[in-house]
Design a protein around this ligand. Structure first.
Ligand SMILES: [Zn+2]
Ligand SMILES: [Zn+2]
Length: 863
């Protein structure tokens, strides 16, 4: 842009009249009560027909950001009016009129009683007094923010690094001003690649760790390390071998990978304190140090850690916060100005019963499981989080929030959460939250859906959560899309109507990993969006604008491609409908995305990996069909030996869950299949290559899976005669030359069509009837559960809601099954995964392990 970076475009247009009318109106943040304009105040003529009688005065002792601010004021007034105001310091004499930037001898002489202590680092006042204009506040960033706020009052906007509005106003008349502002939140970070630029961040008053702010812009809230620091603090490669007791006891074993620390071991605390003190020495720029759980499960189950959890009402946050407090207490003795950060995230989201965060501790509460389409207090699925927020707010007035503002599995997917943001940021403020991290697409190439608009709106909401979001979007779009604005705003509204609660909209829910096949991405939406985007493209007045429209269009191109990727069975093959066309379109999308600098479609996965995955998985797979009088079952042997469909011939219902084409490793997902693992709590099974061994008649098929370590899995699928039942038998044999730890896992993903009635019901081995609903009222509509020992189903468990009158019953020999696992989601899809796990054996060469199960359709009892 001409106005700030020397590149891009700058729409010079008049947003506001040249004369200011705002008197004592705090446009942002928290307004500090102040007297309104009085008789000593009058309008000032800052520039007249490109000439000015004013100079800009700063103190000889001005801070770096005050110097920067005075320079920016000089520059933008000149861009607007043509008048260049001379710059002087308070050591100089002048008979010119003065704009006083920051505290100075002249400010003191005027006796304005500016409450600098109360304004702290980031607050400021804007005042006119006689012929003076005063912009002064906190030396760190306050005066600087005051200058940008003043320029905004003259109509300046810095929407993105490319698009700014600096209106041309040869005459600048300033109405009487008397206001002060402070930010609503002490820590303000929109986490987008597009929000990292130093000038953009300073001008839009954000101060986050990843913003490239330096001393010249008053620094920032600097973290070290940023998050998930347990293994950074105590690296397992350094300690695990000699001290496995430092690490979490999980499922009876100390684990130095993919788990947490033992937080009640005194040596762990001692080493953690040492490390944090070292971090403080090595990172003087950082003001906040993270002592936080790794991004995985695996909390410690040792007796001491469990006892503390029990004392803390069963909350996993109990041992964490006691540990973090102990670190913070020690650090506070020598470094009272440093903060210690931790997470209330995932399994540690609910607060502890007794322990309270010390004053130098910041909790970052992470609403990772909420519906992002709706304000928390308006969505049935978010009630659980609102409870957690309220409970934390009761025990700390230093709460931070880690809020999610993109779809991390599909950065380009339309993510209509602006209503939600407009409602929930003020709600955070109401609950006493003091800092907010808004996590979006921060991939090296950026390019996330609406990233520029998001960054801009969020920056303003973080300063003042009560600002007018709708008007801000309009302003942004008018500048950003020029003549294409009408169609682009209609496209934006169309998306939001998908989630708005009726009668305003369709009422669909949306989560941060929602798939492109989610109901809100309907064919109708895509058709209308396509039309509007085409309209916008032809309305665009220049090439730069046209490119911005095309970049926005990537979102819809992406969704179309994902939909076209869907596999179906045709003529004995499982494949997308038009593979050649799909390949061409995929290549086209990648080319377009790269032309915008995009490097990732999914968090942490490069486009090259998507290309490799496409080549590996997107191809036709042979399908074998089994059939009896009740069922038609389809098996894709080369797709990990999966059953991909179990169709009830009476109703035509397929009870098996079909994965979304947007899912990682699609279509090698879902259905019924078997895996060999080395242990229970691991994320990856042994690799296996599967093939069809033989088909014996219309009801039986034999498959073999071979693992590189010599484990050979024989899997038979058989339909029982005239019964709606699939029987499976699996035997794994160690054909290798060394022993192998082995657990067999049979699992099936089902698709309950009637989510509200869907539940897994069974009698456990202690004789108690158990029921797990897919949509438990007041809770997150997804979860997972292990059942062991007497909690296990007594040889069978039933899934209801598959059809109205029919359930799926999974039966198994009790002596072959040691654990059962269940996981489910009702988040814009419906899936229930029932898993059976064998005993764990160390198989010597030649030894075998067996697991059988039946999957049967049965009329619902009492139906
Ligand atoms: Zn422990
Ligand atoms: Zn919702």
């Amino acid at each position: 842009m001409q106005s700030s970076n020397g590149n891009g475009t700058n729409r010079r247009q008049f947003l506001k009249s040249a004369t200011l009318s705002g008197v004592a109106i705090a446009a942002g943040g928290i307004s500090v009560p102040s007297a309104s304009a009085d008789a000593s105040q009058k309008s000032l003529v800052l520039a007249m027909q490109g000439k000015s009688s004013y100079s800009i005065l700063i103190s000889q002792a001005a801070s770096p950001s005050e110097h920067q601010a005075a320079g920016e004021l000089q520059r933008f007034i000149e861009e607007m009016s043509g008048a260049r105001l001379p710059m002087i310091t308070d050591a100089q004499e002048t008979d010119r009129n003065l704009v006083l930037v920051g505290d100075s001898k002249q400010v003191r002489k005027l006796g304005l009683k500016i409450p600098f202590d109360d304004l702290a680092a980031e607050g400021f006042v804007l005042r006119t007094q006689g012929d003076y204009l005063i912009i002064a506040g906190g030396k760190q960033r306050g005066t600087m923010y005051g200058v940008y706020t003043f320029l905004e009052k003259l109509g300046c906007r810095w929407f993105s690094t490319e698009v700014s509005v600096i209106p041309r106003k040869p005459t600048l008349v300033i109405s009487p001003l008397n206001e002060s502002q402070k930010p609503a939140f002490e820590y303000r970070e929109p986490f987008f690649t597009e929000a990292a630029d130093k000038d953009w961040a300073a001008r839009n008053r954000v101060n986050g760790s990843f913003q490239r702010l330096d001393e010249s812009t008053g620094g920032k809230i600097s973290y070290f390390p940023f998050v998930h620091s347990f293994y950074t603090m105590l690296p397992p490669q350094q300690h695990f071998q000699d001290h496995p007791e430092y690490y979490a006891l999980v499922d009876g074993k100390r684990r130095g990978d993919d788990a947490q620390l033992c937080l009640t071991n005194p040596d762990v605390l001692r080493l953690a304190i040492q490390t944090v003190l070292k971090w403080i020495d090595e990172h003087p720029e950082a003001s906040i140090f993270s002592v936080s759980q790794n991004d995985t499960r695996g909390w410690c189950e040792c007796d001491n850690c469990r006892r503390i959890e029990q004392e803390e009402g069963g909350a996993h946050s109990g041992p964490i916060l006691r540990f973090v407090n102990a670190v913070a207490a020690e650090v506070g003795k020598t470094h009272p100005d440093k903060l210690i950060d931790t997470l209330a995230y995932w399994y540690s989201e609910p607060p502890p019963l007794k322990v309270r965060p010390l004053p130098n501790v910041r909790i970052r509460l992470c609403p990772i499981g909420v519906c992002e389409g709706h304000a928390y207090d308006r969505c049935v699925h978010d009630r659980y989080f609102l409870n957690d927020l309220q409970a934390w707010a009761k025990i700390t007035d230093q709460l931070y929030i880690w809020h999610y503002v993109t779809n991390f599995a599909h950065y380009l997917l339309p993510f209509p959460d602006f209503d939600e943001l407009a409602a929930d940021l003020p709600m955070y403020k109401k609950h006493g939250v003091v800092g907010i991290f808004l996590e979006g697409d921060a991939a090296p190439g950026g390019g996330g859906e609406n990233a520029e608009l998001r960054s801009y709106v969020m920056a303003r909401l973080l300063w003042n959560p009560n600002m007018d979001v709708d008007e801000t979007i309009n302003e942004f779009m008018a500048a950003y899309y020029g003549r294409a604005v009408r169609a682009m705003r209609a496209y934006f509204d169309l998306q939001h109507r998908q989630v708005r609660i009726p009668p305003e909209g369709q009422g669909h829910h949306m989560w941060i990993y929602t798939r492109p096949g989610a109901p809100y991405m309907s064919q109708e939406l895509i058709a209308q969006a396509t039309k509007l985007l085409a309209e916008a493209e032809s309305a665009a007045d220049d090439e730069a604008t046209r490119r911005r429209v095309r970049k926005a269009r990537l979102s819809i191109d992406y969704v179309k491609l994902m939909h076209a990727k869907a596999f179906a069975v045709r003529d004995g093959w499982y494949a997308p409908e038009n593979l050649d066309q799909l390949k061409e379109n995929f290549g086209g999308l990648l080319k377009d995305a790269r032309s915008f600098g995009i490097t990732e479609f999914h968090e942490g996965r490069k486009l090259e990996e998507d290309e490799a995955e496409f080549t590996k998985y997107i191809k036709p797979y042979h399908v074998a069909t089994l059939e009896n009088s009740s069922l038609r079952v389809m098996v894709a042997p080369e797709l990990s030996g999966r059953i991909i469909s179990i169709i009830d011939k009476a109703t035509g219902t397929d009870v098996v869950h079909h994965p979304d084409p947007g899912d990682h490793r699609y279509p090698d997902l879902s259905g019924q299949c078997v895996f060999a693992y080395s242990d229970y709590v691991l994320s990856e099974p042994y690799d296996a290559i599967w093939k069809l061994e033989s088909q014996t008649g219309p009801r039986e098929i034999h498959l073999t899976g071979i693992c590189p370590n010599g484990l050979q899995v024989k899997h038979t699928i058989r339909l029982l005669v005239d019964q709606p039942t699939v029987h499976t038998e699996t035997t794994v044999e160690n054909t290798g030359s060394s022993a192998a730890d082995t657990v067999l896992n049979l699992k099936c993903d089902f698709d309950p069509k009637h989510l509200a009635e869907s539940a897994v019901i069974f009698r456990n081995q202690a004789g108690k009837t158990m029921r797990q609903a897919v949509l438990p009222p007041g809770e997150e509509p997804s979860g997972s559960q292990w059942y062991t020992d007497s909690d296990q189903p007594d040889g069978e468990w039933t899934l209801t809601g598959v059809e109205t009158q029919t359930a799926v019953v999974n039966r198994f020999p009790k002596d072959q099954v040691t654990r059962c696992s269940l996981n489910w989601t009702g988040k814009a899809e419906s899936r229930v995964t029932m898993g059976l796990w064998s005993a764990k054996r160390t198989l010597a060469p030649g030894e075998t392990l067996k697991l059988e199960a039946d999957y049967g359709l049965s009329p619902l009892k009492g139906a």
